[in-house]
Design a protein around this ligand. Sequence first.
Ligand SMILES: NC(=O)c1ccc[n+]([C@@H]2O[C@H](COP(=O)([O-])OP(=O)(O)OC[C@H]3O[C@@H](n4cnc5c(N)ncnc54)[C@H](OP(=O)(O)O)[C@@H]3O)[C@@H](O)[C@H]2O)c1
Length: 393
Amino acid sequence: MKTLNIGLFGFGNVGRGLYDVLQRINSQSVSIRRICVRDLNKERGVEAVFTNNPDDIFNDKDINLIVEVIDDAEAAYDIVKRALKSRIPVVSGNKKMLGHHILELMDMQEHYNTPLLYDASACGSIPVIRNLEEYYDNDLLCSVKGILNGSSNFILSKIFNENMSYGDALRLAQELGFAERNPTLDIDGWDSLYKLIIITVHAFGLYVAPEEILTYGISTMNDSDIRFAREKDRRIKLVAHSEKVDDKLIMCVLPQLISRNKYIYSVEDEFNGVVIKGLFYDKQFMFGRGAGGHPTGSAVLSDITACAYNYRYEYKKRNDSVLPHYTTDHSFRIYFRYKTDEQRSLLTFSKIREQYSSEEYSYIIGDVSIADLKAHQEELRVADCFVAAYPLD
Ligand SMILES: NC(=O)c1ccc[n+]([C@@H]2O[C@H](COP(=O)([O-])OP(=O)(O)OC[C@H]3O[C@@H](n4cnc5c(N)ncnc54)[C@H](OP(=O)(O)O)[C@@H]3O)[C@@H](O)[C@H]2O)c1
């Protein structure tokens, strides 16, 4: 294994987590040589060489690996591109940046013959990407589905297990550092979306741009929805879903009413869980900490060590398979709670299975296409209504 001298960008939750992990294991082969941050005046409390000038890292000839764990997707994109052009292997944790630019970055890896690894970007410490690359590298894979966002899952757990109100659960998540001050990324499903895009590239070889995928979160869920789920002995979870249906691929991020017999029913708090389904082996379940400085720092270390062994993603599915066609022409059975007739008419049901209407609370259970939900996702997100997938079992 070659010795790695790291140029680290970012010393927040993940950067500091990586630093601690390396200190703890007293690594002889991996060391952090310089750290680039935004604000040099912050007290860091560690002995390390800090800078706020990326050139100090890129011009240091001893640095042979870049690790980028900053919270600014545009700056992260520039850092990763510059590393690849300089032919320095690079590790990134930035799902938003990857969700938008992964295709270009795949081409650059090939062009400059330099690897970019990013297992930490999807599901923190759960090694989903490398498993999809190495073990599920054949056409048996049918679907990848799961809870990919720890903050929203924490809030849902507190509501369903401890009867907390949505507002209190969100505040607690923020206090404990699980949710951003502006929680939209987590709660409205965007964080899950970016992870789903990255996972789907490795699972099925297909890249689908963020704006093409149905993305709807839990911000409008209210007490009536929670009561409905409880009455049906289900829990609401925010589920990211990518599935091959014949030669087509469907993808979405949508709350789902989950029954007890599902693996993800018992994924609690800030944990993530991914269910991989294939022909012949049926379902497999990966579970673990999807966020947090030390778990994510460990995942970054795993990418770093993989670099030391010259590992790179081969994107086997893109190269070997006939790629499925992405479609939104697929229907789900959903639960739709609404207030006004105008809201009711937003969605077109091909089949209505149950409905209830009163002054305070009205809902429909029926079948709606992903295309229809996608076309109205912004209106549904701001109105006093809520949609969740409601599968039969
Ligand atoms: N937190 C998690 O559990 C987790 C899990 C998986 C993936 N990730 C991803 O990992 C990345 C980092 O997350 P985080 O939670 O560690 O963020 P964070 O705690 O907000 O820290 C961000 C760090 O980036 C630095 N920074 C921002 N812009 C910079 C720039 N242009 N140049 C140099 N440094 C810059 C900041 O510097 P200052 O300290 O000077 O402000 C700070 O040290 C994000 O992409 C996130 O999505 C996070």
